[in-house]
Design a binder for this molecule. Structure first.
Ligand code: SF4
Length: 523
């Protein structure tokens, strides 16, 4: 009597709390007396287990597909280089089929380091299955990757032959594109001639001092040999850098630019190129041609040029060399659509489909830079085809003033009388920088092949084909960068990065074959 509701609840709450405390105490006593029994880890024991190497990977593991595919290829170019002969003394050589399979499998997993592949051969079941549990030295792996340039080119052609025989390549429609892959060199390794010569002189002196017996005594013969090799390579690289600097200078137009030219001391053949994110980095331009049928790569080349304009003809040559015939149709983006390329493709009877690149479309940028008002652009001038003259917005006549022939186009120049322009009230809008000579305009006449190309690209059919370009041409580029991880080369120099890119393309093609032909049989 007299207790309010809250007091009752509060005393009840205390009772509950007291009870739960007791049970918790009882529980903890129980836990203290009952110790859990855990399985002990015994790292002192020696274990011997029988291992069936064949069972290391399941039947449908892709490493078996790679082994099977490589086994179907003619590897005689690789076997030619092996000096150890059956029945004679000498350590047996590693089978090129194994080395190729190892690299293809490693690249397919995004591994491009020889040391890493060597490590994986020690414990990864797929690598162990390939090698039969035998270790492989990383030097052997590394040398094999770059030692057989011609054999690797042949291997790529062989693979294309197999894919073609399986109906995966038609060469009817080939989509071509370029992508920049960063070089194995930093932007801070670029130096002007003076600095390169200083470093070269220092390297030469170091090489000369190598023969000093006092220095050789300080380290082991193995270390001394490694140092000597590194110094010789450094000297060769710097000599190469001076050669490359001459080539870089030859591409520069002004004397000032030639003086300022710089070259990488780490990878002299790399060039600073614009990247897709708008930045600049030492890179190579990897050109990939992809067959539209099943997105197989049918041609690959590496260039030092940051621009794609000059790469199309070489790309078609490569497809012809590796595929045995020219593609019927080539689809490219605006970076390749120059008048020169249109003429070259027309001469080879290759049907070119491409967007109207800056090389074909007329630009108003130059007039804008000269300060010409939009109302006085060439469209505002009337052409009289009978008299072959133009009349300007002020009604004055512009007469022929020479012509300039360019590949795929002839430019006819017309000029107004200087006195007319000087007296004209529109002068500041029409020719603000050229009053002394009188305003001129250019009438460009495209070659028939270029005119036909422009007309073709206006049709719905051509536009429809062009719309497929991105999905086909950019797919292998993205795959090679994302899956194989080839965003930056591990090797240096044009030949070696070309081989690295070719390994990536081979892997891409074999992976597509696994997806399209090998995998379905296990589905
Ligand atoms: S500046 Fe010369 S070309 Fe231009 S409108 Fe005047 S007269 Fe014609």
């Amino acid at each position: 009597m007299g207790k309010d509701k809250s007091e009752v609840n509060s005393s009840a709450g205390l009772r509950d709390e007291g009870q739960s405390r007791e049970s918790v105490c009882a529980g903890s006593i129980k836990r203290e007396t009952r110790k859990p029994r855990l399985k002990r880890i015994n790292r002192q024991q020696l274990v011997m287990r029988p291992m069936d190497v064949e069972q290391l990977v399941p039947e449908d593991h892709e490493v078996r597909a790679i082994w099977e595919f490589v086994g179907c290829l003619d590897l005689s170019r690789y076997y030619e280089d092996i000096e150890v002969i059956e029945g004679e003394a000498g350590r047996p050589a590693l089978d090129p089929r194994l080395m190729i399979s190892l690299w293809i499998y490693a690249y397919s997993k995004g591994i491009g380091s020889a040391r890493e592949v060597s490590r994986l051969c020690e414990y990864d079941p797929a690598y162990q299955w390939l090698t039969g549990m035998e270790p492989i030295n990383y030097h052997t792996l590394s040398d094999f990757r770059v030692d057989h340039k011609e054999a690797l080119d042949d291997l790529f052609t062989e693979v294309l032959g197999l894919l073609s025989a399986e109906g995966l390549i038609s060469l009817e429609r080939v989509m071509h594109d370029g992508t920049k892959v960063k070089a194995c060199a930093g932007a801070d390794t670029f130096r002007r001639e003076e600095r390169v010569r200083t470093h070269l002189e220092a390297a030469r002196q170091q090489v000369e001092q190598m023969g000093d017996p006092r220095l050789a005594e300080e380290v082991s013969p193995r270390v001394a040999k490694a140092r000597q090799r590194a110094l010789r390579e450094k000297q060769q690289r710097l000599e190469k850098a001076l050669e490359e600097l001459k080539k870089i200078r030859a591409c520069k137009s002004s004397q000032e630019e030639k003086q300022e030219a710089r070259v990488s001391m780490t990878d002299p053949q790399a060039r600073i190129m614009k990247q897709s994110d708008g930045g600049y980095a030492p890179s190579y331009n990897v050109q990939i041609s992809t067959d539209a049928k099943e997105k197989m790569i049918v041609g690959m080349g590496v260039s030092q040029s940051g621009s794609d304009y000059g790469e199309l003809v070489a790309a078609v040559d490569r497809v012809e060399a590796s595929g045995g015939q020219e593609p019927t149709e080539v689809v490219v983006d605006g970076g390749f659509t120059s008048r020169e390329n249109i003429l070259a493709m027309s001469e080879r009877e290759v049907d070119l489909i491409g967007s109207m690149g800056a090389g074909v479309a007329q630009s108003a940028g130059q007039l804008k830079r000269r300060g010409v008002d939009q109302g006085f652009y060439p469209e505002a001038f009337h052409y009289d085809a009978v008299r072959d003259t133009y009349s300007c917005p002020a009604g004055k006549i512009l007469r022929p003033d020479g012509e300039e022939k360019r590949p795929g186009r002839t430019n006819y120049k017309y000029r107004a009388c200087a006195m007319d322009c000087q007296a004209c009230s529109f002068r500041q809008k029409c020719c603000p920088q050229n009053g002394a000579k009188g305003r001129s305009i250019v009438r460009g006449v495209d070659a028939p092949e270029v005119a036909a190309f422009i007309a073709k690209m206006e049709t719905d059919e051509a536009k429809k084909i062009y719309r497929q370009r991105g999905a086909v041409a950019e797919f292998p580029n993205a795959w090679i960068k994302d899956k194989i991880g080839l965003r930056q080369f591990r090797l240096r120099g044009l030949v070696k990065v070309g081989m690295e890119a070719l390994w990536a393309c081979l892997t891409y093609n074999i992976k597509q074959w696994i997806r399209l032909r090998w995998r379905p049989q296990w589905a």
